[in-house]
Design a protein around this ligand. Structure first.
Ligand code: PFF
Length: 487
């Protein structure tokens, strides 16, 4: 209980939270995953749905998370318990906090492996290990990099170590100071790469690919992928944003801050698209190249450019930095829980978490070599970590969070904490009660195989369902409250 007597740490400056939360949101999801998903799901149509999901689902959930963190003043477990009991609800709602801590931990266990790819490619670029290869040769390099567990394990261990060193240094010293220079550096390097792309010929095609909204290619699989990715890219329901919110000063506006983070995250994703696709198109590569898109094909493109190894190095530095500012945020919930409840110092909390994480991530890393055959239902351990978090834990956690925020808390709690004017508060409530849950429920319907039966080709019916939900919800909500009220 040692640290409960001390005032909770706060971000240093006005920009502290915005930088750190943006650093958490902007990561491999933006620079590695968003471009390859856009390539896979047909470009502009995917981008459009993704943008709608960020606004309609991501923003309301993020506002609730930050509010819970700031008002609950603790790790996700403590914050959910305090918020629920403060409104006369069961302390069992802290299960949502446990779920989010678990999600953050599980995501990090496979995230450090992908971040390790980025670190190793930076090293390869600097040491000349990538020069002179054709597309096929570079695909073989990617496979060889994965095939050797000692090699891959070295890089993911390095990512884990760096993450824990930064986290161990604390909120202001470690996280805020690192993000302060990492984020502007990232944007600068993207601008340089976009500038290069603009001169290199593939830019027009890339722009059209990203921004021509051809609704014909709007598949239900693409819609679902976009929705799931909105959660992932904004770091929602994984403890990160909530815990960062617990260090947010009372004077900051949650609405404006959230919009700032969501905007920055979206801009970086689009910038990454504009940086990567010109290179792909100018070199006649396939945009639907899948998860290996960056690692297998970009080095080929970099070699075709003047100053290519410099641009290659800049790119992988950028990707590694983006990964680190996200990975540090994923452990913050667990570390803050250990410090608040178990009397750990920050440093010992970081190292203990790091050891457990290292064991799980090593198992995930083995999925690419000696453990490639250890599958369950066709998925490796690495795949399971990704699948369970993005399909189950994050959407379920997000749904729970907005259910508590939208229906269960005393009337003025969210209104006070969000600090919105009456119109914006009403808009948030509408989104939190109906629009966001509907989006999340669509994911579940798909997982259960119901989505295609109910909505395939008829997604405008969702609007009807939304109206029905509002009607029923608003009629029932006083009764719902009474039914759920403590006796
Ligand atoms: N938002 C990060 C990205 O786009 O790479 C991933 C992430 C970070 C997910 C933190 C969850 C989290 F808690």
């Amino acid at each position: 209980m040692a640290s409960s007597e001390q005032p909770r740490a706060q971000w240093l400056g006005r920009w502290g939270f915005l930088l750190a939360a943006t650093g958490s949101a902007v990561g491999l999801g933006n620079v590695w995953k968003f471009p390859y998903m856009t390539g896979e799901y047909g470009g502009g149509a995917f981008v459009l749905v993704y943008l709608i999901c960020i606004l309609a689902v991501g923003v309301p959930v993020m506002m609730a998370e930050i509010a819970f963190g700031r008002r609950g003043q603790g790790s996700p477990v403590d914050a959910f318990r305090r918020m629920a009991t403060g409104s006369g609800r069961s302390p069992a709602w802290s299960v949502l906090g446990w779920m989010s801590m678990l999600a953050g931990f599980m995501i990090l266990s496979f995230y450090v492996v992908v971040a390790g790819w980025s670190f190793s490619y930076l090293w390869k670029t600097l040491s000349g290990g990538l020069s002179g290869g054709s597309v096929d040769e570079l695909a073989a390099v990617f496979e060889a990099n994965n095939a050797n567990p000692w090699n891959l394990g070295f890089w993911s261990t390095l990512v884990t170590l760096v993450t824990m060193v930064i986290v161990g240094k604390g909120v202001q010293e470690g996280i805020e100071k690192s993000v302060r220079w990492m984020m502007p550096g990232l944007v600068l390097m993207l601008v340089v790469l976009i500038g290069f792309g603009a001169l290199s010929g593939g830019f027009g095609e890339a722009f059209a690919f990203l921004f021509s909204f051809n609704t014909g290619s709007l598949s239900s699989a693409g819609m679902l992928a976009a929705l799931g990715h909105a959660f992932f890219t904004l770091s929602l329901a994984a403890g990160a944003i909530l815990t960062y919110g617990s260090y947010l000063p009372k004077t900051a506006s949650i609405g404006r801050t959230t919009l700032g983070v969501a905007l920055a995250d979206t801009l970086v994703a689009l910038m990454a698209g504009l940086a990567i696709f010109p290179v792909i198109f100018a070199n006649g590569m396939d945009p639907a190249g899948g998860p290996g898109l960056i690692f297998m094909s970009l080095p080929v493109a970099f070699q075709a450019m003047p100053l290519g190894s410099l641009f290659g190095a800049l790119f992988f530095i950028m990707l590694s930095m983006a990964a680190l500012t996200s990975s540090i945020s994923m452990v913050e919930a667990t570390v803050s829980w250990l410090c608040d409840n178990k009397g750990f110092t920050r440093r010992s909390a970081a190292w203990s978490t790091g050891i457990v994480l290292w064991l799980i991530s090593t198992a995930a890393m083995l999925s690419f070599n000696v453990g490639a055959d250890w599958t369950l239902a066709g998925k490796t351990f690495f795949d399971w970590l990704d699948y369970l978090t993005s399909r189950w834990l994050m959407p379920l956690g997000g749904l729970g969070t907005i259910f508590v925020a939208g229906f269960l808390l005393n009337k003025n709690v969210m209104r006070d904490e969000l600090g919105l004017g009456p119109r914006f508060y009403a808009l948030w409530l509408l989104m939190a009660r109906y629009v966001s849950p509907l989006g999340i429920l669509v994911i579940f319907a798909d997982v259960l195989g119901l989505y295609s039966v109910v909505f395939a080709q008829h997604w405008p019916y969702l609007l009807g369902v939304l109206l029905l939900m509002i009607l029923v919800g608003e009629r029932l909500s006083p009764r719902l409250r009474q039914a759920l009220a403590p006796r």
